[in-house]
Design a binder for this molecule. Structure first.
Ligand code: C2E
Ligand code: CA
Ligand code: CA
Length: 523
């Protein structure tokens, strides 16, 4: 039925035409036409015939007018229907890839085929598996080939995913995240499909003369039809995808209940962390840094410590990670730095304060001004502060990182490259940026003995520091044997349990006086 006749105006038009025909038939049946002729001849001298003629002409004109209006109305109704269809498409599709979006996915649950059609019964009674795909390293591609290049990549990735299965069931959930609904896959085929997805996405894509590559993390799970909305299965597929992502690029996982427990625990910890930050329950502890040539204390590294209300010591990598992810890192950092600066003021002038800066903070253009503000408030000279950054912090956003390092240097703050040797571009970083110190990761110090290759690597790292005129610190010194080895190779500074673990501010004060006393007695 044409759209017009479905509208109110269309229905009214049909009713009026119907009523007119009925009246005409009734008039013909009751022979009203004869009465009309009688009326016209009987009252002709009073102009009755002219009145009927005028009414006839008025009727014809109204008819023509109505037809024209109806034509207009019909056109308007059709235009409105087309605009509605377009708006519907826009609301349910992603403009770039033309794939249906999250909203379309949510609506799909509502408009799921009703089981009265034989074909559809088969399709929906089979397994339904949801795959969640998230690209790895997409941000880097955007940096390399610009946003237009990034768009081309997303379109190509969408095309490749669609080519693997039913294009109708691939959704773009925003950013670089896709959801695929697949039917009737056995467990083996699900795994194969996950691998295929990774293979399809990771093949190089040519953009502006560059062969660009991205990775893919995939998670999946089955939909328990009838007992849950489709969205719940998509959520589980997402959790499995996050687990895959945490293992590095190009991994896939099927959902396991432990993943949900992990997320729930993490969410609870996040709430507690928020409270701990605002009540300043997280404190800096200080681990001594020893000048190996003189045996003197030359600094303390501030390490965050959080002992929760139930007395459990929560490891820094756990809560720092949550703070980074939830935007709490800046508040935590400023608080800890302020406490550490005021503690450092009580130490002798030659004792430096080393402070860790997390990779997320190296994307913050205001980092230097934040640090300088804390220093100014505490009156600690910038020359007594050293920030420790890891290689990972330099690869997130190298341009901003370079600006921050320059600003810190210009302010007189020292910079140490932390966990040296564990990142994936150590030498490139050394050539590119100016560091005052490199800290050899404790994993090398712990394992060098009995492993000739590790020993050679430690030697090479110390040699590198010497030839670049950068001081070296060895982390994780636990035994006298390690100390002797490092001394023999000319390492500048040592840090580790052999000298002392991280301790509260009060103990750090005692450590300073004890160390001075023992040095004086051996002198
Ligand atoms: P990191 O910067 O490499 O800190 C050194 C870690 O090695 C510390 O662990 C320290 O306790 C540990 N360590 C020191 N000497 C030895 C030793 O002889 N043997 C062994 N096995 N370990 C030793 P901690 O305090 O658990 O911190 C772990 C990581 O958490 C730090 O690694 C750092 O990346 C991060 N972190 C700690 N505090 C902060 C902070 O305030 N801000 C930021 N952004 N990160 C922090
Ligand atoms: Ca450190
Ligand atoms: Ca370290």
């Amino acid at each position: 039925m044409p759209v017009f006749f479905q509208s109110r105006a269309g229905r009214q038009c049909v009713s009026i035409v119907g009523l007119g025909i009925t009246l005409w038939l009734l008039g013909a049946l009751l022979q009203l036409d004869d009465s009309l002729v009688f009326f016209m001849t009987g009252f002709g001298e009073y102009g009755a015939d002219k009145l009927v003629l005028a009414l006839g002409i008025a009727g014809a004109m109204s008819f023509i007018y109505s037809v024209l209006r109806i034509a207009d109305l019909r056109k308007e109704t059709e235009l409105r229907a087309a605009a509605q269809a377009k708006a519907d498409w826009t609301a349910t599709h992603d403009h770039l890839t033309k794939l249906p979006n999250r909203y379309a996915f949510e609506r799909k649950i509502l408009s799921r085929p009703i089981k009265d059609d034989e074909d559809q019964i088969e399709e929906w009674d089979e397994n339904v598996t949801l795959f969640s795909v998230d690209l790895d390293g997409f941000k880097k591609v955007n940096d390399l080939v610009g946003h237009k290049g990034g768009d081309i990549l997303l379109i190509e990735v969408a095309r490749r995913i669609c080519a693997l299965g039913n294009a109708d069931c691939v959704y773009r959930f925003g950013g670089d995240e896709f959801i695929i609904v697949a039917f009737a896959l056995t467990a083996q085929r699900e795994e194969r499909f996950a691998k295929l997805l990774i293979q399809a996405v990771t093949r190089p894509i040519h953009i502006d003369g560059f062969a660009v590559e991205v990775g893919a993390s995939v998670g999946y799970d089955r939909w328990a039809e009838g007992t849950e909305p489709l969205e719940d299965a998509a959520h589980r597929a997402d959790l499995a995808m996050y687990e895959a992502k945490s293992r590095g690029p190009n991994h896939y996982f099927v959902f396991e209940p432990a993943m949900q427990d992990k997320v729930t625990e993490r969410a609870a910890l996040e709430t507690r962390l928020r409270a701990a930050i605002s009540s300043k329950a997280i404190k800096p502890f200080y681990q001594p840094l020893i000048d190996l040539k003189t045996g003197q204390l030359c600094g303390f590294e501030a390490l965050a410590r959080w002992i929760s209300d139930d007395g459990v010591n929560i490891p820094p990598p756990v809560f720092i990670d949550i703070a980074e992810e939830n935007g709490m890192i800046t508040a935590l950092f400023e608080d800890l730095l302020a406490q550490a600066c005021s503690d450092a003021l009580t130490w002798p002038d030659h004792v430096m304060l080393s402070f860790n800066v997390s990779p997320v903070q190296m994307e913050d253009r205001l980092l230097t001004s934040r640090i300088l503000k804390v220093l100014a408030a505490s009156r600690l000279p910038p020359q007594r502060l050293e920030v420790e950054i890891t290689e990972n912090a330099l690869i997130q956003d190298p341009v901003v990182a370079a600006v921050i390092l320059d600003e810190l240097h210009a302010a007189g703050i020292q910079i140490a490259l932390d966990d040296f040797g564990t990142g994936y571009s150590s030498l490139a970083q050394l050539a590119r940026y100016h560091f005052d110190k490199i800290k050899i990761d404790k994993s090398f110090i712990a394992t060098y003995r009995g492993d000739e290759r590790q020993e050679k690597i430690v030697r090479a790292m110390l040699g590198l520091g010497r030839s670049l005129n950068i001081k070296t610190t060895a982390e994780g010194v636990e035994e006298h044997g390690q100390l002797a080895f490092l001394l023999q190779l000319g390492c500048d500074i040592g840090q580790g349990y052999l000298f002392g673990k991280a301790m509260p501010a009060a103990e750090a004060g005692i450590f300073i006086s004890d160390r001075n006393a023992s040095l004086a007695s051996t002198a």
